[in-house]
Design a protein around this ligand. Structure first.
Ligand code: ZN
Length: 270
């Protein structure tokens, strides 16, 4: 899969910047009232999402926002604004379920899909599990909903055609995400790494993937607290965008747009 024709003509490295809304759904789903010390998720809807919309627009680049259904119910205008300003909205659970949803999985996937579809008048193209959890049923339901990609798996660093029981699921790509390296959460939740060091780490990852003719997917959260919604942490995303743009042969995609391109050039991703 390291062939020179893997990406569009002249493109050496593809980049997707993803923003997981993770608003009050995150606290409400854990039976916490999203007030006071538990109000970090509300920052996403009030400030963080708009900060990222403005940033991406300023730099003329696409972006993908994954939105839990409950957050779309709390902040319908914010989610409409994401869509109306030309960015991708993907599904991301209902109450940001980070527990085993068992037999409720299909109901939750369909419920979240309906909330976003009704709100935006168009269906999402893809889904990212709010916790990375998936089951043997997940892909079947996503396919049934008309989705063309999942972005939950951590098992590779390039997109690939989804397989179930060894057989390809035609029309369904996996665009893996890296929740422990190309993510803000572990740095700001656990290690309290300063933004300048997080930036240096992401740049190292980018350098390596760029040299491998690769795929760079970055995941941030527009919350306060452990997220990247607040000024200094959002600023390193801008620094990162400038850094990436300083490299020749880079193209930014929405995740859905990249999934479509991969499906149209499926032979490189089997
Ligand atoms: Zn999330």
């Amino acid at each position: 899969m390291q062939g020179k024709y893997r990406w569009p003509e002249g493109v050496r490295c593809v980049v997707t910047l993803t923003v997981d809304f993770d608003g009050p759904s995150h606290e409400t789903g854990r039976q916490l009232t999203p007030l006071g010390v538990n109000s970090h998720g509300r920052y996403s809807g009030r400030r963080g999402v708009y900060r990222y919309l403005d940033l991406f627009e300023k730099h003329g680049i696409p972006g993908t926002f994954y939105v839990p259904g409950y957050d779309a119910e709390c902040y319908p205008q914010v989610v409409k604004d994401i869509h109306n300003r030309g960015f991708e909205v993907g599904a991301h659970g209902y109450l940001h379920e980070s527990w085993d949803v068992g037999a409720d999985e299909e109901m939750l996937l369909r419920k979240s899909d309906k909330i976003l579809s009704d709100l935006l008048g168009t269906k999402p193209l893809g889904w990212r599990s709010p916790s990375g959890r998936k089951s043997g049923l997940t892909v079947k339901v996503l396919k049934d909903l008309g989705y063309i990609y999942d972005s939950s798996d951590k098992d590779y660093d390039l997109p690939y055609v989804v397989r179930v029981d060894g057989k390809p699921v035609e029309g369904m790509m996996e665009l893996p995400s890296s929740a422990f390296s190309l993510d803000d959460f572990p740095f700001y939740k656990f290690s309290m790494t300063p933004p300048s060091e997080v930036l240096a780490h992401w740049q190292q990852e980018f350098d390596t993937l760029y040299n491998e003719n690769g795929y760079f997917m970055l995941m941030v959260h527009p919350r306060s607290g452990w997220g990247s919604g607040t000024p200094a942490r959002a600023r390193i995303m801008e620094d990162m965008i400038r850094y990436i743009k300083g490299h020749a042969g880079v193209r930014f995609f929405t995740v859905g747009g990249l999934a479509r391109w991969c499906l149209d050039n499926r032979q490189h991703f089997d």
